[in-house]
Design a protein around this ligand. Structure first.
Ligand code: MSP
Length: 639
């Protein structure tokens, strides 16, 4: 029996614009959903945004917006991006939706009533970036392994969730269901973590510290911890507790996340479900990280990749294909524009694109674009054919796609494409065309090739839905008629002889990275944004800025941060300032220079160093520091 399919992405924090990493998880979920829609009409795909917590309040402050206005703005960026990447989500949840907040309150109350939530004083190491306490064991050299910053010691009375009670149950559940967390390395990681005693989870934040959250139903002085709120989106979006969607899809739920949020999904979430008396999800599918030249993508390093830009330059399906083909699901991958271009040129333009135009050109040349009738006798007796190979490919593809091994599924399709290319070479239709006696053979060969392309068009549908539709249109099939359904891909003789084929097209033009507009160049279009003047401010707003003259005393590069320099600046007092100017200025250019510093900017840690201010600069394609036209005493105020 074919089961319904429910897939979710993480709901993304709205403290940053969508980037390549978010696009990858969402395209992976879209690919999985589209694959299952080849088998069943009962699919449901959820994505959305995570909008409560410290991080968001901080980001809103930085933009001078209220949390509400800020979350609306950034959530809108995610919401509006997905259709442009052909994402077929059925729902977009926001944790600020009232219906979601009601479910969070209901579950909190239920777990509180059952005695799994208690009140206690706690002192611990808190990372504001992660919005959670860390145990000593989890810290690396005393620092948060993710943010590389030292956590702060916080002492607070809070509510705690008795996770420890469920530790043995969870270990047993994972062992009894070996593919509950996959690939296996992440299952092992969770089991390794569970070898240590599990600490209870602090699930509240006092309102004196954080107001932007969901109030605890049993104590209005607290809001709930952002993860307790966020994880419940997966059921609230289905209309839990009593909506048909929930009854149909929750029993088959599967999540996609990256390794960064393995612990909340592999440990907190199943335990929350168990404590609340809900069934546990089926599978947690964990992928690795896209890195840039082996380092993490981050705003402060300045290496964040914008998915929309890539799509605009290389085409949507090429972009989707590259992401799904190049990353081994579960492992990290390095993103580079060169690798993308190489993949598009070799797999798409050469292998698939050439085959497609070659076959259609022959069908037009030899049969005036009318699908020829294959000869059943030749089909029966021919030693080489495509039908069995197509059937094997569909079976392999199905197997790999079921376990999210997208790269392997695509490799199987391309193996078949290469077989088709060989079939053309071996059968040499141009030779058959020369002899009257081989006309039946020619018809059969061209028919087989058209059928092979039909199967390929269906198999590429989950990753490249646009290409699938274009191919089917040019094979004379009506894309509305769902020619991507698996049962049709397992069949042969689907294209009707006598059908007229439209004129062929180039599916994927070759890219010349030197001549075409590269992503790095397109990034300069960001400057268009700068031409828009920001809303008016009052003199009071302006007076909030404390601008001072600073003299740079020292400048040095920061290891692993391509764009950053660590500066020592005299402002009347000595400050450390991290500035993203190393591509424009060498340390020697800077020492002695007088610059303008925003002196009252809240200090922030960048690459583990506390930056106490910011230099003013004109930022266009180049960066030019704002300086003064005669020497001034360090620390002088600008007005
Ligand atoms: N809000 C939480 C998730 C709550 S889910 C109940 C969160 N948000 S996030 O915006 O930080 O998104 C993290 C997720 O974005 C990762 O798990 C992954 O899906 C995706 N990615 C972010 N950066 C990534 C890469 N560099 N590479 C691949 N995916 C990454 O955590």
């Amino acid at each position: 029996m074919v089961m319904p399919f429910y897939i979710t992405t993480p709901i993304y924090y709205v403290n940053a614009r969508p980037h390549l990493g978010h696009a990858y998880s969402t395209i992976a979920a879209d690919t999985a959903k589209r694959f299952h829609s080849m088998k069943t009409n009962d699919t449901y795909f959820l994505t959305g945004t995570d909008e409560h917590g410290d991080k968001i309040v901080q980001a809103a402050k930085n933009e001078n917006l209220s949390p509400r206005a800020y979350v609306d703005k950034i959530s809108g960026l995610f919401h509006d991006l997905w259709p442009k990447l052909n994402i077929s989500n059925n729902n977009f949840i926001r944790t600020t939706d009232q219906s979601h907040m009601n479910v969070v309150s209901m579950i909190l109350q239920r777990i509180f009533d059952s005695g799994d939530i208690y009140f206690s004083e706690y002192e611990g190491q808190y990372c504001f970036g992660c919005e959670r306490f860390y145990t000593k064991l989890e810290l690396v050299d005393g620092k948060c392994p993710d943010h590389k910053t030292e956590p702060e010691t916080i002492k607070e009375a809070n509510y705690f969730f008795k996770m420890s009670r469920y530790q043995d149950w969870l270990i047993e559940h994972i062992q009894k269901n070996p593919d509950f967390i996959r690939p296996e390395r992440y299952k092992n990681e969770v089991l390794a973590f569970l070898r240590e005693p599990l600490e209870d989870l602090c699930i509240s934040r006092p309102k004196s510290r954080l107001k932007w959250g969901i109030t605890l139903p049993f104590d209005s002085n607290f809001v709930t911890y952002v993860w307790f709120d966020a994880l419940l989106n997966y059921v609230s979006a289905l209309g839990y507790p009593d909506c048909d969607l929930y009854n149909k899809f929750w029993p088959v739920a599967q999540h996609i996340v990256a390794k960064d949020i393995l612990k909340p999904h592999g440990i907190y979430w199943p335990i929350m479900l168990k404590a609340a008396g809900l069934p546990i999800y089926q599978h947690l599918n964990v992928h690795g990280y896209w890195n840039i030249a082996d380092s993490k993508m981050s705003k402060s390093i300045g290496n964040v990749i914008e998915p929309l830009e890539l799509k605009n330059i290389y085409g949507l399906d090429s972009f989707r294909f590259f992401l799904m083909r190049d990353m081994v699901f579960g492992l990290d991958s390095n993103f580079s524009e060169e690798a993308l271009v190489q993949r598009v040129n070799s797999d798409l333009a050469n292998d698939l694109g050439n085959l497609f135009s070659r076959v259609l050109a022959m069908a037009h040349k030899y049969f005036k674009g009318v699908v020829p009738e294959p000869d059943p006798e030749i089909e029966k007796t021919s030693k080489i054919g495509l039908r069995m190979a197509a059937l094997d490919t569909v079976a392999e593809f199905d197997q790999h796609m079921e376990v999210f091994a997208f790269h392997k599924a695509l490799a199987s399709i391309w193996h078949f494409i290469s077989k088709m290319n060989k079939y053309v070479d071996i059968t040499a239709p141009w030779e058959l065309a020369k002899r009257k006696s081989s006309q039946q053979q020619l018809k059969t060969v061209i028919y087989n090739l058209l059928e092979g392309l039909r199967v390929v068009s269906g198999l590429v549908y989950p990753v490249m839905p646009g290409t699938a539709a274009t191919m089917q249109k040019h094979l004379g099939l009506d894309p509305e008629k769902q020619f991507y359904k698996l049962e049709l891909l397992q069949a042969w003789h689907i294209i009707l002889p006598g059908n007229k084929l439209p004129k062929s097209i180039t599916l994927f033009p070759r890219i010349d990275i030197k001549k075409d507009k590269a992503y790095s160049m397109a990034k300069s279009s960001e400057t268009a944004e700068q031409l828009t003047i920001k809303p008016e401010i009052t003199i009071q707003d302006l007076n909030k800025l404390d601008l001072r003259v600073g003299t740079i005393l020292k400048a040095e590069p920061i290891p692993r941060a391509k764009k950053l320099l660590k500066l020592e600046v005299d402002l009347g007092e000595i400050r450390t300032i991290i500035s993203g100017i190393s591509e424009q200025y060498s340390p020697d250019d800077l020492v002695g220079k007088q610059v303008i510093v925003v002196a009252n900017l809240k200090p922030a840690k960048l690459m583990g160093v506390l930056s106490q201010g910011m230099l003013l600069a004109a930022v266009d394609k180049d960066i030019s520091l704002a300086t003064l036209d005669k020497p001034v005493k360090p620390g002088t105020k600008l007005s």
